[in-house]
Every structure is written in C-alpha cells, then in structure tokens.
Design a protein around this ligand. Structure first.
Ligand SMILES: [Zn+2]
Length: 262
C-alpha cells in the first residue's frame, strides 16, 4: 500500500498520501473521510482495510492535493465556493501527466493516464452549519475561509478534533489569488472561539502531528504582527510567490497588498 497509516485515537485514522493527510472517522453506521489526497493510488481499498462502512467523503477545499482523489468515492462533498478553484487545478493535473513528476514515477504510464481521466461521479455541496451524522457521532461543518473562499473545517465533538485541511495549519498559504485578506481570516479565527470548549486538537492537511487548540492564538499573534507592520521575507515559489513571515513556528505566506482589507 502507498499510504502510511497512523491511528490518531480509536476510531480516527490518518492516511498520509505523499505530503498530504487524509483522515477516516468511523461512526456506528458510516465512516467520514476527510480529504482525498491526490488519488494516485487505490484509496478505497486502503480505507476498506480500516472500515467497510459506507463512506461520506468530504473535501476541505478544492486544491489538487485534497480533492483529486475524489474519483475513488461515489460522491465527494465540498463547498460550492470551491468549484472554480477545483476546476482551475485541472491544469496541475495536466502538468503532472505531461511531466510524469518524479514522485509519481512509481505509477505506470497507463495508471497515470487513468488517474488523469478519472473524475468524481458526483459532487455534493456542503456549507458551514451543515451536520454529518455517521452514527453516534454528528460532525459539524465550520467555515475556515481564508486559504480559499470555501475552505471548511469539520468539527468532531466526540473525538474533540477539528479537521482543518489547509484552512488552519502551521504553514498556511494565504498568498494565493483565491486567498482572502489576512484581516478577513483573522475574523474567521475569532469566530472559532464559539467552539473553544468543543475540541482539543487540530488535525490539519499536512503536518504529521495534530496541533493543540492553543495554536489558534499563535496564528492570531502572528497575523497581528503583520497588522502592526512586521516585515517577512520574499517567498519564491514558481506557482505561488509572495512573502513569508514566521513567529513561534507559525508560518504565513501572504501578499503585501492583502494584509488589511481597506
Ligand atoms: Zn490548499
């Protein structure tokens, strides 16, 4: 199998797909899958080794490393606001196909072409406030708008975890054209205080270890520095250049003209 499997706690499993995290939360009647990774490999068979229950697959946002394994499921759920980004990311799919990127060399040409052609059978829309009942556990969708316009988190009060994708992580990309102003994102972080009694950990899209809930304050302090004029360093990335600021292990990529919304 191509996924590294880690039990976070009983009923919650992490599958690592290259550098991206996929989580499986098992309920009494069904299982929730948070994000689908790139989808190069047989995700469904891997999940069936963990649970045989019917799957509800949710993508925290439409980026390629979170949503492009969607074809392994009957349907994926994501915010309607993510559709333009999801469609735009097809160009990265094409890039991977045409260049047969070194980290997918393990795939045959045929398998890569099959991946390129694969599409989810159905996309269903979910929005903040929606509830997902998997049996003896009802999870709530919360807004993590910032990294992308329709980024969502999934609040699992039973396991006291907020699954956050890229919407809340210790290396956050806010420099993208689709990212909000930092001041708008700060308001979203403030809105999470309504749930502060409900979770202890943030299981995000890329880091190996969950973040403690106190990380939200670290993120706010880091953004506050930028509000007060702190200067980062240039961040050079062929797909997503911008500026890079770090404080207490909390790293933000951003644009100088998208700090405070006028
Ligand atoms: Zn992303």
């Amino acid at each position: 199998m191509h996924y590294k499997v880690v039990e976070i706690k009983p009923g919650v499993t992490l599958l690592r797909d290259r550098d991206t995290n996929i989580y499986v939360v098992e309920g009494k009647t069904s299982a929730l899958v948070v994000d689908s990774g790139y989808g190069f490999f047989d995700l469904k068979s891997q999940i069936e080794e963990i649970t045989r229950k019917p799957i509800i697959a949710v993508c925290t946002h439409g980026h390629i490393d979170h949503a492009f394994g969607g074809h392994h499921f009957d349907a994926i759920h994501m915010s309607r606001k993510e559709l333009p980004i999801y469609r735009k990311h097809d160009k990265f799919k094409k890039y991977i196909l045409e260049n047969h990127a070194p980290d997918v060399k393990v795939l045959s040409r045929e398998a890569l072409e099959e991946w390129y052609r694969a599409k989810p059978k159905r996309i269903e829309f979910i929005e903040p406030g929606d509830l997902l009942d998997i049996g003896e556990n009802t999870l709530e969708i919360v807004s993590l708008r910032g990294h992308t316009p329709g980024s969502i988190g999934i609040l699992d009060r039973k396991h006291r975890i907020l699954f956050s994708g890229d919407g809340l992580c210790n290396y956050i990309w806010m420099q993208l054209p689709e990212s909000s102003y930092l001041s708008e994102y700060y308001e979203i972080l403030n809105s999470l205080s309504a749930y502060e009694e409900d979770f202890d950990f943030i299981c995000n899209g890329h880091s190996h270890e969950p973040l403690p809930v106190a990380f939200i304050n670290d993120m706010k302090a880091t953004i506050n520095d930028l509000f007060e004029g702190a200067q980062g360093k240039p961040y050079n990335n062929p797909n997503a250049s911008g500026w890079h600021y770090v404080k207490n292990g909390c790293e933000i990529m951003y644009q100088l003209d998208k700090i405070k919304k006028p």
